[in-house]
Design a protein around this ligand. Structure first.
Ligand code: HEC
Length: 132
């Protein structure tokens, strides 16, 4: 049996693929949580913390992935968010944060225009996911 010879480009593509694969047990396109912490600081920390029980203008986002919308006891939500009948999955956060919050959830008090860099959004969601 002969081993096929790979060209340089093919070899490096293969290496890159292996590095990406080796980088974590997350799905292939998962973001980078530590980069996401910076995105959070820039985009969200004016109104949110990721510390349990620490609300600012907005509710604490500790454990947000898997939490039902509008369900944090001790935070006074608008009816729009209280009545939002969904769980914050990664997909739902993706949908919500990639557009104006008021478009996604008419009547909400969250004033956020949306994050349009898909890379930053992936990183941010990886960071939120890591906060439990
Ligand atoms: C200018 C303030 C402000 C900014 C900036 C902001 N939010 Fe909010 N957010 C709020 C407020 C206020 C609420 C509660 C809204 C309501 O009750 O209608 C909220 C609610 C939320 C909720 C729903 C929480 C729940 O318990 O159901 C999520 C998720 C969320 N924000 C994520 C984010 C993320 C992630 C960012 C950054 C990309 C961000 N927000 C930026 C003010 C803000």
């Amino acid at each position: 049996m002969t081993t096929p010879k790979l060209g340089r480009a093919a070899r490096s593509a293969l290496m890159t693929g292996m590095l990406v694969y080796a980088a974590g047990s997350q799905p292939a396109l998962a973001g980078d949580a530590s980069a996401g912490a910076d995105v959070f600081k820039q985009e969200c920390s004016e109104c949110h913390t990721t510390r349990e029980g620490h609300n600012k203008k907005g509710p604490s986002l500790f454990g947000i992935v898997g939490r039902h919308a509008g369900s944090l006891a001790g935070y006074k939500y608008t009816d729009a968010l209280k009545n939002a009948d969904w769980v914050w999955t990664e997909d739902k956060l993706h949908w919500y944060l990639s557009q104006s919050a008021r478009k996604a959830n008419p009547g909400t008090r969250m004033k956020y225009p949306g994050l349009d860099d898909p890379r930053q959004l992936d990183d941010l969601i990886a960071y939120l996911q890591s906060n439990h």
